[in-house]
Design a protein around this ligand. Structure first.
Ligand code: PMP
Length: 360
């Protein structure tokens, strides 16, 4: 069967080159006579994989030396709890920005550990925009400020990150990490489930400034304490070894393709093609405020659930798959992470145009 253009929100399409490399190395990794799937995580062959993955990530994202890189499990959802467990420890207060389902889940979890101040929210307009956050909104006594940099379900993203001065900024970057150039120095902690822009499900990336680990209360379970993973180089227990290996291949692919600046250029081009065709159509509209539109998750609607369904089915027949919106909001969504090709986006744009002409 021919491969399809997969617009899934995550797990999502991976670069073909990565899949081919994994296929080539599946039975015998680098002369080891075994698959990475079968390899001891303490073997020298595996240690060189995880070390290179970290080194490449540091290079690609320009991660300063005073940050630790962790490969954890439990998804971004576990970070909703680990962040407050480890960081809500001084004044037991934190500021959160509520921009959708995932922020709301993070807020709900954080409330179990202390006081949450929701300092800005876009709930009043069904999360269709990203609120502006000014310096004076940040609580002076917050242990940290939490933001979701890209809202996978509503298709909005943060344009300008708040300046939080000496209060650590914590960002859930699950759905737009490595899609645009950022300065890691602006953040205390960044986390991201890998299954969108970094690799397969099963590994969660945490980038944490080194003064922020080691503060969790002494009754914190060992596995939920960042310090454990910092001290053991993500090897306290068996890490998600194969997922890290694939992440390593994805990072190599990013390097081979011009790094994050080139990803950003391509992502802007791809997103523009889709938003333009939606804006110029009679049938479709994009609910997200123009200035806040996500580069990764293009959310659009016809306003008629039956027409949306027809669109999804006809697109599928053309090899353009997973275009239904999140089950909580309906409508349509094309997730176009780094691995989605320009060709895939152009094919979808042509299909949207044709469907518009035939149905409006
Ligand atoms: N945050 C964001 C922005 C997400 O898009 C998702 C998942 N789609 C999550 C958190 C939850 O991630 P996980 O499934 O890895 O727990």
């Amino acid at each position: 069967m021919d491969r399809v253009y997969n617009f899934a929100s995550g797990p999502a399409a991976l670069p073909l080159e990565v899949l081919l490399k994994a296929q080539e190395q599946m039975l015998n990794y680098n002369g080891s006579g075994m698959s990475v799937l079968e390899m001891s995580h303490r073997s020298s062959a595996y240690l060189s994989i995880i070390e290179k993955t970290e080194a490449d990530l540091r290079e690609i994202m320009n991660i300063p030396k005073n940050y630790d890189v962790l490969f954890l499990q439990g998804g971004a959802s576990l970070q909703f709890a680990m962040v407050p467990m480890n960081l809500m420890v001084n004044n037991k207060k934190a500021d959160y920005i509520n921009t959708g389902v995932w922020s709301s889940s993070a807020i709900k979890e954080a409330k179990k550990f202390g006081t949450v101040n929701v300092i800005a929210s876009s709930e009043d307009k069904n999360f269709s925009y990203f609120p502006v956050i000014t310096d004076d909104m940040i609580s002076k006594d917050a242990d940290y400020v939490h933001i979701t940099s890209n809202n996978t379900i509503y298709g909005t993203k943060c344009g300008v990150f708040p300046k939080t001065a000496n209060i650590p900024l914590v960002a859930d970057m699950s759905s737009n990490i490595m899609s645009e150039v950022i300065d890691v120095n602006d953040f205390g902690l960044i986390y991201a489930g890998a299954q969108k822009n970094l690799g397969p499900a099963g590994v969660t990336l945490v980038i944490i400034r080194n003064d922020l680990s080691g503060k969790a209360p002494s009754n914190t379970p060992v596995m939920l304490d960042y310090k454990t993973h910092v001290e053991k180089g993500s090897m306290h227990n068996t890490p998600p070894a194969y997922a890290i290996y694939i992440m390593g291949l994805v990072l190599q692919w990013v390097k081979d393709n011009g790094g994050v600046p080139e990803m950003e250029k391509r992502n802007k081009e791809k997103a523009k093609i889709l938003y333009d065709v939606i804006d110029n159509s009679k049938l479709f509209s994009a609910p997200a405020k123009k200035e806040d539109r996500s580069l990764m998750n293009v959310v659009f609607v016809t306003g008629n659930p039956d027409t949306d369904k027809k669109f999804v089915n006809q697109a599928k027949a053309k090899g353009l798959v997973t275009l239904a919106g999140h089950r909580s909001v309906g409508g349509l969504r094309a997730s176009i992470y780094n691995a989605m090709t320009l060709e895939g986006v152009k094919t979808l744009a042509d299909f949207i145009e044709k469907f518009d002409a035939e149905n409006s």
